[in-house]
Design a protein around this ligand. Sequence first.
Ligand code: GLV
Ligand code: MN
Ligand code: MN
Length: 421
Amino acid sequence: MINAERVFHRLQELGKIGYREGGGVTRHAFTSEDRAAKDLVIKYMKEAGLEVREDAVGNVIGRREGKNPQAPVVLSGSHIDTVCDGGIFDGALGIIGAIEVLQTMNEQKVVTEHPIEVYAFNDEEGSRFSFSMFGSMGVIGRITEEDLAKKDRQGISVAEAMREQGYDPEKFRDAIRSPEELKAFIELHIEQGKVLESKNLSVGIVTGIVNELWMKIRVIGEAGHAGATPMNFRKDALVAAAEMVQVIEREAKKTGTTVATVGRLNVLPGGINIIPGQVEFTLDLRDISQEVSDKVEREIFKEIDRICQERGVRVETEILQRIPPAPCSKGFQLAAKRACEKIGLEYFCLPSGAGHDAMQMVNICPIGMIFVRSKDGISHNPAEWSSKEDCADGVKVLYHVLLETAVPIEDDSLCNEAVGC
Ligand code: GLV
Ligand code: MN
Ligand code: MN
């Protein structure tokens, strides 16, 4: 049986790493908190009877052997890092849930044809180096030398941060998995929205994941004396940026589906008596339709051009990442439906507004995702919460989907009867 207490205890224990009183959990890539969290996950994997290894880009992997070790591997898992002052469920549930599934299979002596591996992915959030999904990008072979040169706000590059933690950045290609060796990637995650709560359901089946466009926009005006420069002689970069932020909200709202966020804004030189000469802000733009997202992007930049002309400022842009929407395989959606029916759970099918490692994994194998209800839809916030019962429901669905995908061998002599949870 899925052990709900064990799952919840581990979530809370892992959630203490990087926690600060008065805030939330902060575990950024290649930090001591990140290392401590990985070590704890390694302990859980060993307790679950898994064979543990760590790859060249800092992903921790636990493997449960299949009857046929050469058969394509079924993957599950999620990310170990968090945003600044995040919660204890985002990412962690997918890792601890998958470990629980494999521990349960071992306890019940279930035999599967295919091996199953749990990935604790490194740096999904991208909070430190401003590009996300480093670990899963490493697995699909999308990391480049330029990525390794990207810097955090302290000026430390990815490669330097890796070296500090004992990794050899030059070996990053060793983390690549080929499509031939993989059967699927199934990720359990909290919903991070209010849909399941509004429907009074503990679990959801994900149909697809929205695209993700991240960029930096630098507005260049003219710094000047705050007292001596009359209002109509200014090229105030902050006032221009403020208008741009409003445009971003307005254009996203027009579609009814797009979401756009300015999450970081930096004013330079930042003096109380200096007209802002430069402002740099980030844009995060998402939609389940790439076409709609592209259209909103075009409209935003048409308006930004107008603002530049009216205010005598100019902009420079830097694309941090463009990830297309990722459809979840119909086959795994059906497997999750069968799982819910078996367990006696009602479910709802919904797209994911948040980004996930599955968006990278879709490039090398079919993906599936299962959601667990989030209290008040809150996430990326210390108040993030999912109940023990809801987490257990999600893990049960994951159990059945992984079992079906890895193909249970029911007549094997080692095998107890294939067990329901
Ligand atoms: C990750 O949580 C993201 O969607 O940005
Ligand atoms: Mn997140
Ligand atoms: Mn997440």
